[in-house]
Write a protein that binds this ligand. Structure first.
Ligand code: NAD
Ligand code: K
Ligand code: MN
Length: 357
């Protein structure tokens, strides 16, 4: 039998509402009679904006040490109305992703049963994407600064730093992932016309890596054109790989085109498995709905599906995915972001009920 150690980091805002429901769903899954050989132990870390108000930092100095030996991390969101976003982001989520070298951020998007997606001519089978986001460097490398702050001569920079090693490993990951999917198709997104150094290197490395993957059909697209293509020709895309910033933006667009930000999941993976990987809904703290019980927990549940796949429990993963799809298929169980009136509690209870049956 196997016991997985899971770190729970609810964080801020609706993160604190959806992560407890995620735990409940995992417990419902593991409680099944035929599933008794797998169990989960949870440790919850109260890191985030409240911790910051008390201690002046988002997580303890030795925080990475505390989670380094877990099997996986389930994360909610970081962001608080009273604390600047760059502090909450850099002090927690980016610290973990970069500190545990979770260099592949994987974001599937597809239209689940029952979801009324906004594109008129797009059928569910037309939109089935996985966006791979470089997660440790690029535009979010943290290189830059401000001089002469507040003065007319002020200069501020955020340098997009890309390394051959970093770009090579994310492109290899993306080609591997594309190869594992039925269509074996990869689109490499850059902005190599304007960003003429790092992104030109990115294109060159893509062509080099592609040589090892003759079975993958791949093409290149500039990021601005890629947004239009996602809307106009969604079925021409399958696996997409892009830099940290570009894929951040493309994946929110993808989530919206698939129905709602509240549904979309993501995995921050260390593909080499030296460290635990981290799973989270792609949404943030959602200040406008926090504390009201309106948060859609599906993004968290789908993230747990990705966690179970990563942990090597595909049967549990597909059981949970089936329960999720059976719930989204019922409009009475849609939260407000999907045009319905269901609450976080109702959706979570319905998923658990389907897991029990
Ligand atoms: P957001 O994702 O929090 O919210 C955007 C919109 O989507 C809001 O209208 C919100 O109500 C809605 N929404 C999001 N998740 C939902 C859910 N589960 N159910 C129903 N509706 C949902 O993005 P934002 O408003 O740009 O950011 C708010 C805060 O969250 C900021 O502090 C930001 O920095 C932070 N943030 C954190 C993460 C993260 O932790 N990974 C990601 C994005 C934003
Ligand atoms: K999140
Ligand atoms: Mn984002």
């Amino acid at each position: 039998s196997k016991t997985y150690q899971i770190a729970l980091i609810p964080g801020d805002g609706i993160g604190k509402e959806v992560i407890p429901q995620g735990r409940r769903v995992i417990e419902a899954l593991a409680g099944k009679r035929d599933q008794r050989d797998v169990s989960f132990e949870f440790e919850t870390f109260d890191w985030g904006a409240d911790f910051y108000r008390k201690h002046g930092i988002m997580m303890p100095e030795d925080g990475l040490e505390q989670i380094r030996h877990k099997d996986a991390i389930l994360f909610g969101s970081a962001g608080d109305p009273e604390v600047p976003d760059h502090i909450t982001l850099w002090g927690l989520r980016l610290k973990i992703c970069q500190g545990l070298d979770q260099y592949a951020n994987v974001r599937p998007a597809r239209i689940l049963p029952g979801i009324d997606a906004p594109l008129k001519r797009c059928r569910p089978e037309d939109l089935d994407w996985v966006i791979v986001r470089e997660n440790t460097e690029g535009e979010y490398a943290g290189v830059g600064g401000r001089v002469h702050q507040g003065q007319p001569i002020e200069v501020a920079t955020d340098v997009s730093m890309m390394t051959r090693a970093g770009v090579t490993r994310i492109l290899k990951y993306a080609f591997e992932l594309a190869l594992s999917r039925p269509r074996k198709r990869l689109t490499v997104v850059t902005k190599s016309n304007a960003q003429r150094h790092a992104m030109v290197m990115w294109d060159e490395i893509a062509a080099e890596v592609a040589q090892s993957y003759p079975d993958v059909t791949w093409d290149k697209e500039l990021v601005d054109a890629a947004t239009a293509r996602m809307v106009m020709r969604p079925d021409s895309l399958d696996t997409i790989v892009a830099s940290n910033l570009h894929a951040d933006i493309l994946s929110d667009l993808a989530a919206a085109l698939a129905g709602s930000l509240g549904i979309a999941p993501t995995a921050n993976l260390d593909p080499e498995r030296r460290y635990p990987s981290m799973f989270e809904p792609i949404h943030g703290s959602a200040f406008d709905i926090m504390g009201k019980g309106l948060a859609n927990p599906i993004g968290t549940f789908w993230s747990i599906v990705m966690m179970l796949e990563h942990l090597g429990q595909p049967a549990m993963a597909s059981r949970l995915m089936n329960a999720i799809e059976s719930v989204t298929a019922d409009p009475a169980l849609h939260t407000r972001d999907l045009g319905g009136q269901a609450t976080t509690e109702m959706v979570s209870a319905a998923v658990c009920e389907r897991l029990q049956s």
